[in-house]
Write a protein that binds this ligand. Structure first.
Ligand code: F0G
Length: 434
């Protein structure tokens, strides 16, 4: 099986050996992607093999990423792989959320069930495998929190030294706590995500550290497994829409690539439409796509949102995301802080729960059904990217009417559920309950 790195820019398409340490094309500065010669891969027999692996106790078969390794065959030696049994995340029905979103039915693919509580684990196991294959000792990332939590865990589990760079004061404690607990050297930099990414790229080059941001093509390869597993769980029935929150735009790029490859190889008979939802205060991709090619991509210098996971003004993967949205006849939407907060509470009421960025999906769906882009009867899968416990502070503030938007306006506790302080008095409590 032949694999190589290729420039994503259609005007360049330069090729590099799969073991070259590169994040951008040296010729044109374009994004890079892993490409394979899949040969005569038989979709039907692989579907069977993947099902059988679910019954196995072998670690790589138990992984909801490496179970599907034939679709990202870049690893030459399985001993490089570090698995924490990532993936295996459920498809959940949320009737209350469907009603709120203007749909007859909705399914959530809940990536918050991953070992470190977010979809980053699917990609990180891929990136760390490549780091170990390349003989790297140290790995680094800049993160709004989830990437760092995931990288810390996988690097430490694999005997690598994790170095983490995060915007000072702008990530949730749940995520920072994970990085510390998993033993990462953690730098809180007084700059925003986009500025720190530029800084870390310089440091990585100078100090020979392997960069594990989503610009790393092997992270994207691992993340393809989310949509492969989703199709497997749906017995290969393609939904009409897949809805994702958009920050750095790595995830939509991975979904698009995975879907195209599955389509080309005969695993699925059509492509679903992809919808990306951004927070209004951090929506450079939305603005770019709305301009329909009339304006160049422009980064947002001061992104603002309480959904800190997607507080990104200069998403690196926008060219890939644009390609995948156009290829799937997809759309980009944006939603306000209030819309995110209310949608999140509704997902919570379904007994499901998620972190703020993930709830942008349901908020976006509500808008897209209201304006007729998504029809009520459509088969829609929304990807919940992070666990409800990633940002408990946000939850408490919302339910107690204390959540403030970045512009200092109060978020209304539309679906608030504040705790009640009571005396130690059975009579009084009985009265309150009945
Ligand atoms: N949802 C969550 C919970 C995230 O953590 C992120 C990204 C996204 C959505 C957006 O995904 O960047 O692929 O478009 N978090 C990154 C991080 C940036 O550093 O953890 P994307």
């Amino acid at each position: 099986m032949q694999s190589h790195l290729a420039c994503f820019n259609p005007a360049c398409r330069a090729r590099y050996d799969i073991t070259t340490v590169l994040y951008n094309c040296p010729k044109c500065d374009g994004l890079l992607e892993a490409r394979y010669d899949f040969g005569d891969l038989d979709a039907e027999s692989l579907k069977k093999t993947w099902r059988e692996r679910r019954m196995s106790n072998a670690p790589l078969c138990q992984s909801g990423v490496w179970r599907y390794r034939e679709l990202f065959p870049f690893v030459d030696d399985d001993r490089h792989i570090v698995t924490l049994r990532e993936g295996n995340t459920p498809l959940l029905e949320g009737p209350r959320a469907a009603e709120y979103g203007g749909l007859a039915r909705i399914t959530f693919k809940h990536q918050g069930f991953n070992p470190t509580g977010s979809f980053k684990d699917n990609g990180m196991t891929g990136g760390v495998a490549q780091a170990r294959r390349l003989g790297m000792k140290r790995v680094a990332c800049v993160s709004t929190g989830n990437t760092s939590a995931s990288m810390a865990a996988y690097a430490s589990a694999g005997g690598l030294e994790p170095l983490i760079f995060i915007p000072h004061g702008n990530i949730s404690y749940g995520k920072l706590a994970q990085a510390l607990e998993y033993g990462a050297k953690t730098f809180q930099v007084e700059a925003n995500f986009d500025q720190i990414l530029a800084l870390v790229r310089v440091l990585a080059e100078r100090l020979g550290i392997y960069l594990l941001n989503s610009i790393n093509p092997f992270r994207i390869e691992g993340q393809k497994s989310i949509v492969i597993e989703m199709m497997d769980q749906r017995d290969w029935r393609v939904p009409d829409w897949i809805v994702l929150p958009g920050g750095n735009l790595g995830n939509v790029s991975a979904f698009g690539k995975g879907l195209r490859e599955m389509h080309e190889l005969g695993f699925i008979d059509r492509l679903p439409r992809l919808a990306v939802v951004q927070a209004q205060g951090a929506s450079p991709f939305y603005e770019y796509m709305c301009a329909q090619g009339k304006k160049p991509f422009r980064a947002q210098e001061h992104p603002e949102t309480l959904a800190t996971a997607i507080k990104i003004g200069d998403p690196v993967s926008w060219p890939k995301a644009q390609f995948e949205i156009e290829t799937t006849n997809g759309v980009v939407e944006r939603v306000t802080e209030q819309e995110i907060a209310d949608a999140k509470a509704i997902i919570g009421q379904c007994g499901i729960g998620c972190e703020p960025a993930s709830a942008a999906t349901l908020a976006g769906i509500r808008k897209l059904t209201a304006n007729g882009v998504i029809s009520r009867g459509a088969d829609v899968v929304a990807v919940l990217t992070g666990n409800v416990l990633k940002d408990p502070d946000y939850i408490y503030r919302y339910h107690t009417g204390q959540l403030k938007a970045p512009d200092d306006s109060m978020i209304k506790a539309t679906f608030g559920n504040a705790p009640v302080v009571v005396p130690n008095d059975a009579e009084r409590i009985a009265e309150l309950i009945s």
